[in-house]
Write a protein that binds this ligand. Structure first.
Ligand SMILES: [Zn+2]
Length: 335
């Protein structure tokens, strides 16, 4: 079979021909074809009993999993991830999974073991942490004992996180410490609170903030007849993204878009959110993430990679390479 380029500079029909070729890739006929992908947002968890998280008797099973959609209440280990991205050339960074505070150290130890046993596929991690907690500086010091620690996240979008938490003085000071330690901070925030992210970015100019999931932009806001009410208006979210993009220490993670749509979406449904972020942040401040396995509520990692490939097909190859892996390599200082 002729080796298709990925993603192709092509019209729609050519895209589908390429996608059909891609099926061959997925079945392993053309292993290693396609761009090098650095997935900056890989979750792994165990849903319950067993030593799936590499031999630990207790596992960092996130408490929110009990109330999560059935699709997510399973074991998602490295083996399952490899299956999900089979045929693509993918390396990844583990993204914390919002474990209970008492399990943060366990998560760190577990993911370190996963990474060290992954044959170079899991390059490191963005660990769960509490920037506003007393003793955070000491905790950061311990995190850095493992070279794979690239950054920290404390989710700001979950139901239990109070609005405005990330602009409280203690939190801001913790995020500044991360910058001093050469670590990033991932901002996963409700789309109506992007203004808080702007304030945090301005207060921490020496810390790189990575905005998760396109600022949790809801692709339904751009549909003519969405089935459900979108989480925000198109213009409200667009303005927030533009303000954040003006902060030079903020990077936008292109991820999480399919999760906002019901099944049956097409690449063109995702394009307004993706393109607005790519245009606002420019070619050097965007990174790619699958958000696997959370993405499964909207579609497979494979479907997301293909759809994003279609959306960016008309952009120059050098720009696409930066998005798929080049920028992440630089930002997280990986070879
Ligand atoms: Zn995620």
């Amino acid at each position: 079979m002729e080796k298709p380029s990925f993603p192709p500079e092509c019209n729609r029909r050519e895209f589908f021909r390429w996608a059909a070729g891609g099926l061959g890739v997925l079945q392993g006929e053309i292993p290693g074809n396609g761009p090098e992908i650095l997935d900056t947002h890989l979750h792994l968890w165990s849903s319950g009993w067993g030593a799936r998280f590499l031999g630990f008797r207790r596992e960092p099973s996130p408490p929110w999993l009990r109330g999560a959609p059935e699709r997510l209440r399973h074991n998602f280990g490295l083996q399952e991830y490899r299956e999900a991205v089979r045929g693509f050339s993918v390396r990844a960074l583990y993204m914390e999974v919002d474990v209970a505070e008492k399990d943060l150290d366990l998560e760190m130890a577990s993911v370190r073991r996963v990474s060290e046993g992954s044959g170079g596929q899991v390059l490191g991690a963005v660990l769960g942490g509490r920037p506003d907690a007393p003793g955070f500086a000491e905790w950061v010091r311990r995190c850095r004992e493992w070279q794979g620690t690239k950054g920290v996240r404390r989710v700001l979008h979950s139901g239990t996180t109070p609005r405005g938490l990330c602009v409280e003085p203690a939190f801001v000071e913790g995020v500044r410490q991360l910058g001093r330690a050469g670590l990033t901070f991932d901002v996963c925030i409700r789309p109506g609170e992007l203004g808080d992210a702007v304030r945090l970015a301005k207060a921490c100019p020496d810390t790189v903030l990575v905005l998760d999931h396109c600022g949790n932009g809801d692709a339904k806001a751009f549909q003519k007849k969405p089935v459900d009410q979108p989480a925000h208006t198109a213009s409200e979210w667009q303005r927030g993204i533009e303000q954040l993009a003006r902060c030079r220490n903020v990077v936008c993670k292109i991820s999480g878009v399919i999760e906002s749509l019901p099944k049956g979406w097409a690449a063109e449904d995702l394009a307004p959110v993706v393109n607005h972020c790519l245009d606002a942040f420019g070619p050097d401040r965007v990174v790619f993430g699958t958000n696997w396995p959370v993405c499964l509520v909207g579609g497979t990692a494979r479907a997301w990679i293909h759809a994003l490939g279609e959306i960016v097909a008309s952009r120059p190859e050098a720009v696409r390479k930066k998005l798929w892996s080049g920028n992440a390599r630089q930002i997280y200082r990986m070879s």
